[in-house]
Design a protein around this ligand. Structure first.
Ligand code: ATP
Ligand code: MG
Length: 722
C-alpha cells in the first residue's frame, strides 16, 4: 500500500517478515533456538493491531508460562506504542481455559463460581471414593490414581474414552467406574481439577456448535508459542477453535522447535508438529535459520550435541555473530558439588568485577536438589540470587518439617515448630488435642512442649492421644540429651528416622515423594559444614531472611525445564554427570526416547546463553550418605572440539584417578581425544550402568522437578486471573 513500513518490521529478516506478514491462513514456524520465533509472534500481534485487522480482544495467544505471557504483553505495548488495552485472551492454555469455563460453566453442569482443586484436594477426594467403594487404599493408592487421571486428561480422554487395558489396570478393573465417580463427585462439589480446564471447554465446544461458531467469529487470529510442548488435549482444544469450515479464514500461527520438546513425560506430543500440516492443508511452513542470540561457539556446541538425536526433523542454524573475542564453551571439573558451587561463585564474582550484571547470569540445574549448594554458597558470599519457578530450598515443605523437628530439639520453646510437626506424621494428635495443649500452655505461660509433658500426667486427654503424646515427648527428651554429644548430622538422621518422618515419605506413593526424600538427604548433607545443630539453624534463618526483591540485581537459579524461552549473557550448567544428566530415571523409564529428551534438555540449556556458557561436572557426589564417584556426562563427549575447551582442572580433580572406571577425555584434562574408540572408554561404558544405578537408579530421589516445580506439575501451575 506504499506507506512507510512500520519500525517494528524494519529489523526483521526476510523469513521473519514473511511469518509476520502472512496473516491469512495457517502458518507453522519451525525453527531452532534463538531464531526469533517468540519475537515473530510478538511482532505479528503488533502488526495485526497496528494495521487495524483486529481488536486486542479478538486475538487468542497462548504462551507456555504466565511469566512469558506478561513479557509478551509488555513487548507488544512497546511495539505499538503503549496503546494496547489488555489482551484478555493472551495466557497459558490453563488460564485461558479457566476464563472460557467461567463463562460457560453451566453447560457442563457447574456454576461459574466453581473451585479449582489442587493436587492435595484431588488426592483426598479420590481416597474417599476408593474407601467408599470398599477398596483397600493402601493396595490402590489415591495418588497413583490421581496420576492416572492426569495422564488421561492430558490425552483428552474422559471416563468413557479410556482404553480397556487402562481401565483394568486399577482397582481390580474398577478404574473406569472410579473415574466416572470422581467426575460426578467434582460436579456435586461444583469443582474441577487442572485437567478439566481443558477437558470441559473441549466438551462444551463439541456439544454446542453454535457457541463454537461464535468463538470462531471472535478469535480472528490464533497464535501459539512453544508449540512443540502441547499435549493432545491442548491440541484438540486448539483444533476446535482454529479449524473452520471451507471458505472461512483459519488464521492460526504456531511456532516451535522439535529439538526443544522437553515435556514428553508430561504428555506433550511432539508429533503435533507433524499433524499440523495434515490438519491445516495448505499451511505455510516457514523455517528460520539465523540465530540472533548466541555466539558461533555456543551455537556450534549446541548444534553438534543435538545432532546425536535420531528423532528430529532436522534443520540448520547459523549466526553472523562471530567476534574474535568470543570465548568457547568452557567445561570445568570439580571435586564435588561444594567445590562446584564455590568455583561458580568465583566465576560470578569475577564477572561482577568486570561490570557484568548478576541479572544477566543464570544457573540452570537438572534436578532441584542441586540448588541447595548454590543458595548456601551465595548467602555466604553475600551474592544476590533468586530462584525461579519454585520455592527456595529451605522453603520446601519437607525441609520446613524437618527443620521444625531440629528447632524443637534445640529450642524447646519454639511453639510454631511444635504445632507444625506434632501430628506430622499422623499420630492421632488432631486439632482438638492441639487446641487443648495450646490453651493449657497459654494459661500457664509455658511452651507447648512443656504443656504436653504436664498434660500427659492428667486425664484431660483421651487415652489414645495421651499415649501418642507420651511417645513423642519421650523421643524429644532423648534427642535433647543427645544434642550435646552426638554429631549433629547423625542426630538429625536419627530424628527423622525415629519420628517416622522419613517413613512417611517412603510410604507415600506420589510422584513427588522420591524428590522429597532426596531433598531430606541433601538437608543432612548441608549440615556437614557446620559445627553444631545450633550453628546450622542460625545459618538457615539467615538464608531464609535473604532478600528476593524483584528489582534487585541477582543471579537466577532454576531448573532447565523452567528456563525454556529465556536468555542470559552467561549461563552456568552444573552437574553434567551420568545418572544426573542424563537422568537415570529417564533412561530407566523411557530408554532411547528418554535419552533423547535429556539431550534436548541439554540443548535447551546451552542455547539459553548469549555470550558465555560454562558447563560443570564433579567427580564425586554424596548420595544416600555415601560418597560415590561419578562419570562425566556422555553429553560432554558429544560436544565438538572446535567450539569447546576444557578449563584448567581444579587441583583436587587432577590428583584424583578414577581407577576402574576407565577414562573419558575429561579424565586427563587432555581435551578431546576420540574417546569413543579408546578401550578405556568402552570400559567406562560397561561400568556406567552399575555405577549409576547405585547412585541414582532407585526410583527414590528424582521426581522433584516433576511436581510442584517450575511449570512442571499440577502444583506448580499458577493460573492467572484466579
Ligand atoms: P527459543 O527457541 O529459545 O524460544 P526464539 O526462537 O523464540 O528462541 P527469540 O527469543 O524470539 O527466539 O529471539 C532470540 C533473541 O534474538 C532475542 O533477544 C531477540 O530479540 C533477538 N532477535 C530475534 N530476531 C531478531 C532480529 N531480526 N534482529 C535482531 N535481533 C533479533
Ligand atoms: Mg521463544
Amino acid at each position: 500500500d506504499g506507506g512507510k513500513r512500520p519500525d517494528y518490521l524494519a529489523g526483521l529478516n526476510p523469513e521473519q517478515t514473511e511469518a509476520v506478514e502472512t496473516l491469512e491462513g495457517p502458518v507453522l514456524v519451525l525453527a531452532g533456538a534463538g531464531t526469533g520465533k517468540t519475537r515473530v509472534l510478538t511482532t505479528r500481534i503488533a502488526h495485526i493491531l497496528n494495521t487495524g485487522r483486529a481488536f486486542p480482544s479478538q486475538i487468542l495467544a497462548v504462551t507456555f508460562t504466565n511469566k512469558a505471557a506478561r513479557e509478551m504483553k509488555e513487548r507488544i505495548a512497546l511495539l505499538v506504542g503503549g496503546a494496547v488495552e489488555g489482551m484478555p485472551w493472551l495466557g497459558t492454555f490453563h488460564s485461558i481455559g479457566v476464563k472460557l469455563l467461567r463463562r460457560h460453566a453451566e453447560l457442563v453442569g457447574l456454576s461459574s463460581d466453581f473451585t479449582i482443586l489442587d493436587t492435595d484436594d484431588v488426592v483426598r477426594l479420590i481416597k474417599q471414593l476408593i474407601q467408599a467403594e470398599g477398596l483397600d487404599d493402601k493396595r490402590w493408592p489415591a495418588k497413583q490414581f490421581a496420576g492416572m487421571i492426569d495422564t488421561w486428561k492430558n490425552k483428552g480422554l474422559g471416563p468413557a474414552d479410556i482404553p480397556e487395558g487402562d481401565a483394568r489396570a486399577f482397582a481390580n478393573g474398577r478404574g473406569r467406574d472410579l473415574y466416572f465417580a470422581y467426575q460426578a463427585r467434582l460436579s456435586t462439589l461444583n469443582a474441577c481439577d487442572f485437567g478439566d480446564l481443558l477437558m470441559h471447554p473441549i466438551a462444551i465446544f463439541r456439544k454446542n456448535p453454535d457457541l463454537l461458531k461464535e468463538y470462531h467469529g471472535r478469535f480472528r487470529y490464533i497464535l501459539v508459542d512453544e508449540y512443540q510442548d502441547t499435549n493432545t488435549a491442548q491440541y484438540m482444544w486448539l483444533r476446535l477453535l482454529a479449524q473452520r469450515s471451507k471458505g472461512e479464514p483459519q488464521n492460526v500461527c504456531c511456532v516451535g522447535d522439535d529439538d526443544q520438546s522437553i515435556y514428553g513425560w508430561r504428555g506433550a506430543e511432539v508429533d503435533n508438529i507433524l499433524r499440523f500440516e495434515k490438519d491445516f492443508p495448505g499451511a505455510k511452513v516457514i523455517k528460520l535459520e539465523r540465530n540472533y542470540r548466541s555466539t558461533e561457539h555456543i551455537l556450534g556446541a549446541a548444534a553438534h550435541l543435538i545432532a546425536h538425536n535420531e528423532g528430529r526433523l532436522g534443520k540448520t542454524l547459523f549466526t553472523d555473530r562471530a567476534d574474535p573475542d568470543d570465548v568457547k564453551v568452557q567445561v570445568h571439573a570439580s571435586w564435588d558439588s561444594e567445590e562446584e558451587a564455590r568455583a561458580i561463585g568465583e566465576e560470578i564474582e569475577q564477572l561482577q568485577r568486570g561490570k557484568h550484571l548478576l541479572n544477566d547470569m543464570a544457573i540452570l540445574v537438572r534436578a532441584s536438589f542441586q540448588m541447595r549448594e548454590f543458595e548456601d554458597r551465595f548467602v555466604t558470599l553475600g551474592l544476590n540470587y533468586r530462584v525461579i519457578g519454585g520455592p527456595r530450598f529451605y522453603e520446601r515443605l519437607e525441609i520446613r518439617d524437618a527443620m521444625a523437628y531440629f528447632r524443637l530439639v534445640a529450642q524447646p520453646a519454639d511453639d510454631l515448630a511444635f504445632e507444625r510437626i506434632i501430628n506430622t506424621p499422623k499420630r492421632g494428635l488432631g486439632d482438638t488435642t492441639v487446641r487443648a495443649l495450646h490453651d493449657y500452655a497459654r494459661a500457664r505461660d509455658i511452651p507447648m512442649l512443656a504443656a504436653a509433658a504436664d498434660m500427659i500426667e492428667t486425664d484431660e486427654l483421651k487415652p489414645k492421644a495421651r499415649k501418642a503424646l507420651f511417645d513423642v515427648i519421650q523421643s524429644f527428651r532423648r534427642w535433647q540429651e543427645l544434642l550435646e554429644n552426638t554429631p549433629h548430622t547423625e542426630l538429625a538422621e536419627q530424628i527423622l528416622e525415629e519420628s517416622g518422618y522419613t517413613d512417611m515419605w517412603k510410604n507415600d506413593k506420589s510422584a513427588e515423594a522420591p524428590g522429597r526424600l532426596e531433598n531430606l538427604k541433601e538437608l543432612i548433607r548441608s549440615m556437614e559444614s557446620f559445627e553444631s545443630m545450633r550453628g546450622f539453624l542460625e545459618h538457615v534463618s539467615l538464608v531464609m531472611d535473604a532478600e528476593t526483591n524483584e528489582n534487585l540485581d541477582a543471579v537466577s537459579i532454576m531448573t532447565l525445564h523452567s528456563a525454556k524461552g529465556l536468555e542470559f549473557d552467561t549461563v552456568f550448567l552444573p552437574g553434567w554427570e551420568e545418572g544426573l544428566f542424563p537422568h537415570q530415571r529417564s533412561l530407566d523409564e523411557s530408554g532411547r526416547a528418554g535419552l533423547e529428551e535429556e539431550r534436548r534438555l541439554a540443548y535447551v540449556g546451552i542455547t539459553r546463553a548469549k555470550r558465555r556458557c560454562h558447563i560443570w561436572f564433579v567427580s564425586n557426589r554424596r548420595i544416600h550418605g555415601l560418597w560415590q564417584s561419578t562419570l562425566p556426562s556422555r553429553f560432554l563427549d558429544e560436544l565438538p572440539e572446535t567450539h569447546v575447551e576444557v578449563a584448567e582442572m581444579e587441583q583436587s580433580y587432577g590428583g584424583y584417578g578414577r581407577g576402574g572406571y576407565g577414562q573419558s577425555r575429561f579424565d586427563k584434562a587432555e581435551p578431546f581425544a576420540n574417546s569413543y574408540s579408546t578401550p578405556g572408554w568402552k570400559r567406562a561404558q560397561a561400568n556406567r550402568t552399575d555405577a549409576t544405578r547405585d547412585n541414582w537408579g532407585t526410583r527414590s530421589g528424582h521426581a522433584v522437578e516433576r511436581i510442584g516445580y517450575g511449570e512442571s506439575g499440577p502444583k506448580g501451575r499458577t493460573i492467572e486471573g484466579e
